[in-house]
Design a protein. Structure first.
Lengths: 155, 102
C-alpha cells in the first residue's frame, strides 16, 4: 500500500526523469559542454573557478578591448577583444557588475592572435574582464570602465 | 530563419561575421501588463564547423544582446572552404547558416 508521501516522492522522481528525457532530445553536444555552473555564478572569481578550476590568472597586456567609453544603451554594447597570445583554447568575457557576470565563452583549438567581437547587455557602469586560457595557463585583463546610462538587464 | 554569415580571408586569418535572430530573453524581465516574469530564452551555443571539425564555439549567456552578432577571426580555413554555423538555444530550438570563405 502506497501512502501519499511515498506517492509524491515517486511522482517527483518520475517527472524528474521526464525532464531528463525531454532534454535528451536536444543535440547531446549542446548541453554537454554549456558551462551552466559558470553562467549561474554571481561574481567573477566564482565564474573563473567554475571555468578554469581555480587556476591563478596572470595579468597580461596581450589582451586588449575595444568598447565604447559611454554606452548610451546598455542593451547593446559592442565589444571586441583582441588576444595576442599563442595556443589559445578559450576566452571568457565578463561584466563584473552584471547580475551574472559571465557573458560568453569562446572556445577554439590552439589558435593565435584571435579576435572576437559581439554585442552585449550591461546592467550598469562596469569595466570588462576577459579571462583567457592559452598554452595551459590562465591570463586575465580588464578594460577601462564602460559608462552605461540606460541599463540593459530588464526592470 | 537562418543565420546570416560572411567569411573573408585576410592576411592568413579568416574573419567570420554572423548575425542571428533571437529574442535573447534574460529571464529577469517582467511582462509590463501582467507582472509575470518572462522566462529566459536565449541562445546557448553557436558552433562553427570547418571540414567536419569544430573551428570555433561560443557559449552564450543571456547577457548577449538581442539578435546576436558574433565576429571572430581565426586561422585555418582557406579561400573557397565552406563554413557551417549552427546555434541552439536553451529550449532546444536550432538554427544554422553556411558560407564560403572569400
Amino acid at each position: 500500500m502506497m501512502n501519499r508521501r511515498e506517492f509524491n516522492l515517486k511522482l517527483a522522481a518520475c517527472t524528474g526523469l521526464g525532464v531528463g528525457i525531454a532534454t535528451g532530445l536536444v543535440p547531446v553536444s549542446a548541453l554537454a559542454s554549456w558551462p551552466t555552473a559558470a553562467f549561474d555564478t554571481e561574481n567573477v572569481d566564482d565564474a573563473v573557478n567554475a571555468l578554469y578550476g581555480g587556476a591563478d590568472a596572470v595579468e597580461t597586456d596581450a589582451i586588449t578591448f575595444k568598447a565604447p567609453d559611454i554606452a548610451e544603451n546598455g542593451r547593446v554594447v559592442p565589444v571586441t577583444i583582441n588576444v595576442g597570445l599563442n595556443n589559445i583554447d578559450s576566452i571568457a568575457l565578463m561584466v563584473p557588475e552584471n547580475p551574472a557576470p559571465l557573458v560568453a565563452t569562446f572556445e577554439m583549438s590552439k589558435q593565435s592572435n584571435v579576435s572576437v567581437g559581439t554585442r552585449i547587455k550591461m546592467g550598469k557602469t562596469s569595466p570588462l574582464v576577459a579571462v583567457v586560457k592559452a598554452d595551459g595557463k590562465v591570463y586575465t585583463a580588464s578594460s577601462k570602465e564602460v559608462k552605461v546610462t540606460i541599463g540593459g538587464c530588464g526592470g | 530563419m537562418a543565420i546570416k554569415c560572411k567569411a573573408k580571408l585576410k592576411d592568413g586569418m579568416v574573419e567570420v561575421k554572423a548575425l542571428m535572430k533571437h529574442a535573447m530573453e534574460t529571464g529577469l524581465r517582467k511582462d509590463s501588463k501582467t507582472g509575470e516574469p518572462i522566462p529566459a530564452h536565449h541562445i546557448t551555443e553557436v558552433v562553427c564547423m570547418h571540414n567536419g571539425s569544430e573551428l570555433f564555439r561560443c557559449n552564450m549567456g543571456p547577457a548577449i544582446s538581442k539578435n546576436p552578432y558574433l565576429a571572430f577571426s581565426v586561422s585555418g580555413p582557406q579561400a573557397g572552404d565552406t563554413l557551417q554555423i549552427s546555434s541552439v538555444d536553451n529550449m532546444g530550438e536550432t538554427d544554422s547558416g553556411e558560407t564560403v570563405v572569400k
